[in-house]
Design a protein around this ligand. Structure first.
Ligand code: FPP
Ligand code: MG
Length: 338
């Protein structure tokens, strides 16, 4: 467990659009290339892909890949790194499309999921297609990229099955972090580490900084995502709030809440969850207990600790506007509401 930082936490001040200014042009290009590069021989697939990307997204993974690449390469983004940024967003997209099928989700980014609109079969094929195009892109970079991402995809699957098999179980914080690292942080890590590895003139210090930064960033990102499932609204998070608990997905706020109640000898929350909310109002009762505890605050503090660690990992990188953007983006992530 990390040491709890209680003071001197930078208060996030900048908005996301200000933070990403140093890669604004590249992001526009990325947006065009995403749909353009995913064009297929099938108008049906094209329709699905256009539909998915129309609903937006923060493009955080490519943002980090591009910022890190520019931070260690005097502001220049090599073509391979740009292609890598595209591949990472494609893999993320494929994983979300499949995740929505697995979770039977109806909405993402404020619009209907592919599975809701066209059915699970169509959604699975679309996810497969996007993944195949990402792999194609990676082969155009080099074999190292293919190797790194094949291992990462493996981790994503392990993380996802862990989550599926842990439903309605009060897992330990260690298990929760392990799962979050695999299903979310590893993809951030692969993108950033690979970016550092393929950037001309980079060195082991930079590659290690990329690994550590993005792994801790990714864990914090998932913790905040899980907090927003309790504290956010539909219009903020683009999907129904409070759904994780209802579906038995036990996340950081719940784990902290269960600990807090059990320290006082109250096992109600655990029982409600472990009996899978068998009575109609059980889920609402459990929700009230989580919201009435310090679970969310403790989870946010934990995320801040991971972010502080991530930011510290950037110390070896020379100061420039791209490194500063990575730092700002990190603090934005813990303060974000969407
Ligand atoms: C969303 O997390 C899902 C993931 C981070 C990973 C999903 C991984 C897979 C489906 C396995 C790999 C598959 C492919 C095609 C690469 P979340 O459920 O916490 O977020 P959400 O609430 O937005 O759905
Ligand atoms: Mg999900």
């Amino acid at each position: 467990m990390l040491n709890i930082i209680t003071e001197k936490l930078p208060k996030y001040a900048k908005k996301l659009d200000q933070i990403i200014k140093p890669i604004e042009k590249e992001l526009f290009l990325l947006e065009d290339n995403l749909t353009e590069n995913l064009k297929s021989e099938s108008p049906d697939l094209d329709k699905m892909i256009r539909y998915f990307f129309r609903s937006g997204g923060k493009r955080l993974r490519p943002v980090i890949v591009m910022l890190f690449s520019k931070a260690i390469n005097r502001g220049y983004l090599p073509t391979n790194n740009f292609e890598l940024a595209l591949a990472v967003e494609m893999i993320h997209t494929a994983s979300l499309i499949h995740d929505d099928v697995i979770d039977n989700s109806e909405t993402r980014r404020g619009t209907l999921t592919l599975n809701k609109k066209w059915g699970a079969k169509t959604a699975i094929i679309t996810g497969d297609y996007v993944l195949s195009m990402a792999l194609n892109k990676l082969t155009s970079i080099n074999l190292l990229a293919v190797e790194m991402f094949s291992k990462t995809l493996n981790e994503l699957c392990v993380g996802e099955i862990l989550q599926k098999n842990q439903d309605y179980k009060i897992i330990s914080m260690e298990d929760y972090i392990n799962k979050s690292e695999r299903k979310t942080a590893r993809l951030f890590m692969a993108g950033t580490e690979c970016a550092a590895a393929i950037t001309p003139n980079s060195n082991n210090l930079m590659i290690n900084s990329a690994r550590c930064y993005s792994l801790d960033f990714g864990i914090a990102f998932q913790v905040i995502d899980d907090i927003l499932n309790f504290s956010g609204t539909f219009s903020q998070i683009g999907k129904p709030a409070e759904n994780d608990l209802k579906n038995g997905i036990i996340t950081a706020p719940v784990i902290f809440a269960v600990q807090e109640y059990e320290e006082k000898g109250d096992f109600t929350l655990r029982k409600l969850i472990e009996t899978r909310f068998k009575k109609e109002k059980d889920h609402k009762k459990a929700l009230k207990l989580v919201l009435g505890s310090n679970g969310i605050n403790k989870a946010r503090l934990m995320a801040k600790n991971y972010i502080q660690k991530a930011v510290n990992s950037l110390d070896v990188i020379e100061d420039n506007c791209y490194k500063q953007a990575l730092i700002d983006l990190s603090w934005y992530t813990v303060e974000r509401t969407s």
